[in-house]
Design a binder for this molecule. Structure first.
Ligand SMILES: [Zn+2]
Length: 202
């Protein structure tokens, strides 16, 4: 008997833990390492408390199970976000070798290692770090492994950076045809409106 790939009817499905870690990677970049979003400069976080609040919000929005971090851990996550930004930027420029190089460094630094973990009553699932890892080590291992998984698959092109002017938000494209170019519909509409104005000469 041969097992074929599962039938895909809509969105692309990565393994669920990979899905969470790449979503967290994109959320960290957008919350902690983005200078321009939606056509405007992003205000720098005013101190460690705001970095902490942004890191926790990013974790919650990306569906992480636990979001509490202290100020030191948030600073570590901000440094991680800067490295993850390099991965998305390299892929956006077609520099896959550079993206892979950064991910290999992060994998080595974090001591990433697979570990089956269970939060009863949920079934066993694969984590990319040991249970005792702190949030910085754990998310470095998790985000780097998740992105490495996508980069090393046929879905590498699905890690994207917004194509709108003055927006450097990143995203993971899980649409059926993989043709997403913008971080959200606001940026898409902004570009559409500008193109329309240019065409009509106004
Ligand atoms: Zn955008």
């Amino acid at each position: 008997m041969t097992l074929g790939p599962p039938t895909v009817t809509g969105q692309v499905h990565f393994d669920s833990h990979v899905t969470t870690t790449v979503a967290v990677a994109a959320a960290f970049v957008n919350a902690l390492a983005t200078a321009e979003a939606g056509g405007r400069p992003v205000a720098l976080p005013a101190g460690p408390e705001q970095v902490r609040a942004r890191a926790e919000r990013a974790l919650l929005e990306a569906g992480a199970r636990r979001a509490e971090v202290d100020a030191d851990q948030a600073a570590g996550l901000q440094r991680l976000a800067g490295r993850l930004r390099e991965v998305f930027a390299a892929l956006d420029d077609g520099r896959e070798d550079d993206a892979a190089g950064v991910l290999n460094v992060l994998l080595a630094q974090s001591g990433a290692r697979p570990h089956l973990h269970r939060h009863p009553p949920a079934p066993w699932h694969l984590h990319f770090h040991l249970p005792e890892a702190g949030p910085v080590e754990g998310w470095t291992a998790g985000c780097a492994t998740g992105l490495a998984h996508v980069l090393g698959s046929e879905h590498a092109g699905r890690l994207g950076t917004c194509a709108a002017p003055a927006c450097e938000r990143v995203f993971v494209d899980i649409s059926r045809n993989g043709s997403r170019r913008f971080c959200n519909t606001a940026c898409q509409n902004r570009v559409k409106a500008a193109t329309h104005r240019a065409r009509s000469g106004r």
